[in-house]
Design a protein around this ligand. Structure first.
Ligand code: H79
Length: 423
């Protein structure tokens, strides 16, 4: 496994919660960001979206405020998705936001707005590019069923495309100040796919580490040893994750409110606020981060359904963020009771008991007899009565927040150096 340097993950495993933003031309058809693939749309037929992209209600300060209030500490935005459209004023293609009716570098405005709210900056950059004139046909390309590879690939050269990516990544990592996360997406090696030889991943990762020491890079370059984080997508692991050598790994699950990443007007599979909160708790309880996505509309605002869920996070995090920041999995030997999750802050030695279902009588805390100093409802700091001898906390109380994950805070006495497990 190569040694390609490492990013600084200390802030990342503390902060736990970020906002993913998918915003590009696909917000106009508003039926999934993979639309060019699924509907097999040619470059020519897709052009209309570029010609008409005009986010007249674009308000990045409102996005940043919603993220900050939701408790999100970093964000990752699509600078370019698979469609190849660039949200910044790049020198290396005309297929960029400044040539649409928008007429200006919107990426810079987003970065400035989020920084002003104290939120760290991350860039998503698609390795896949269905617009670039050097990008060759493969098994997921929109034109895969419409034209032969021999014909399509005439005059195309992936080496030139790899250079294009290095040039663009250089712009992104040079012209926008300190960038905390770089999220490449994605490799699909094997027959008729693309991987590290196509992207020239070794050169790419060395360039990234040189330009932004400390930056966190995801694990999608098809190059073992190049990534800092594992990135399960729309899937929550049911335990901690390990790296290629079996050691506990830093990981970040990315999730959507409704299924699609790009704005999808007619999608009906929206998660409830309760599900969204439990998703965050689940990730942290297994030692991971949650990168929760919003897909702004083509007019540039976050629609009411997404805002409602962000507001749900804000309501909950206002009172419960202490059970998220600085927290991870509980130490080994203390299994969570049924319908509950633990998160644990090793600095303060406080254990957080998240009850996903209302415990009408009491909750047994296995193996914690004699170890719990106090118990309180985190939301209002009110004492929860306990019976030490039988490891119970009693919950026959009226809660201020009975609907969403009910969180109790338990300062505990655990032995120094108690291991946090990867189960
Ligand atoms: O940017 C978001 C997605 O567009 C992108 N990654 C997140 C962060 C992504 N979507 N899908 N994938 C990555 C995995 C690819 C799955 C595929 Fe398929 C299976 C590609 C081809 C077969 C799904 C099914 C997409 C097309 C058919």
């Amino acid at each position: 496994m190569g040694n390609y340097g490492k990013g600084d993950t200390a802030w990342f495993t503390h902060d736990r919660f970020g906002m993913f933003i998918h915003w590009g031309l696909y917000s106009m058809p508003a039926r999934h960001e993979w639309i060019r693939h699924t509907e097999e749309i040619s470059d020519g037929d897709y052009r209309i979206y570029f010609d008409l992209f005009d986010p007249d209600l674009f308000d990045p300060k409102a996005w940043a405020r919603a993220a900050r209030e939701a408790g999100m500490k970093y964000f990752v935005i699509t600078t370019k998705h698979h469609e190849g459209f660039c949200l910044w004023d790049t020198k290396y293609t005309d297929y960029k936001v400044t040539n649409t009716p928008a007429g200006r570098d919107l990426l810079r405005e987003v970065v400035d707005a989020f920084r002003a709210e104290g939120i760290r900056v991350g860039f998503y950059y698609s390795l896949i590019d269905w617009h670039h004139p050097d990008f060759t046909l493969d098994k997921i390309h929109p034109m895969r069923n419409k034209i032969s590879a021999g014909e399509f690939n005439k005059g195309r050269d992936m080496k030139r495309y790899a250079k294009y990516m290095r040039d663009q990544v250089t712009e992104l990592l040079t012209n926008y100040g300190k960038i905390d996360v770089l999220w490449f997406d994605f490799s699909y090696p094997g027959e008729n796919g693309k991987g590290h030889l196509d992207w020239e991943s070794e050169e790419l990762i060395r360039l990234v580490r040189k330009l932004q020491p400390g930056i966190i890079v995801d694990n999608r370059l098809d190059l073992p040893g190049s990534g800092d984080i594992l990135t399960p997508e729309q899937f929550t692991p049911d335990h901690g994750m390990v790296d290629e050598e079996g050691k506990p790994a830093v990981w970040e699950g990315c999730q959507t409110f409704s299924g699609s990443w790009g704005y999808f007007r007619d999608e009906t599979s929206w998660k409830s606020v309760k599900m969204c909160i439990e998703m965050l708790v689940n990730h942290v309880s297994r030692g991971g981060n949650l990168l929760m996505n919003v897909g702004p509309t083509s007019r540039g605002y976050i629609d009411a359904r997404a805002m409602e869920r962000l507001a749900g996070y804000a309501d909950w995090m206002k009172y419960n963020s202490r059970s998220i920041y600085g927290c991870g999995a509980a130490p080994a030997g203390f299994p969570a009771p049924p319908d509950c999750r633990y998160t644990y802050n090793p600095e303060t030695n406080r254990l957080y008991l998240h009850c996903f279902a209302w415990p009408f009588k009491h909750v047994h805390l296995p193996n914690l007899a004699g170890k719990v100093k106090y118990a309180q409802l985190l939301a209002d700091g009110s004492e929860i009565r306990r019976r030490e001898a039988v490891n119970e906390v009693h919950s026959n109380l009226n809660s201020t927040t009975p609907d969403n994950a009910l969180t109790l805070e338990l300062p505990v006495l655990l032995p120094q150096g108690t291991e946090v497990p990867v189960i």
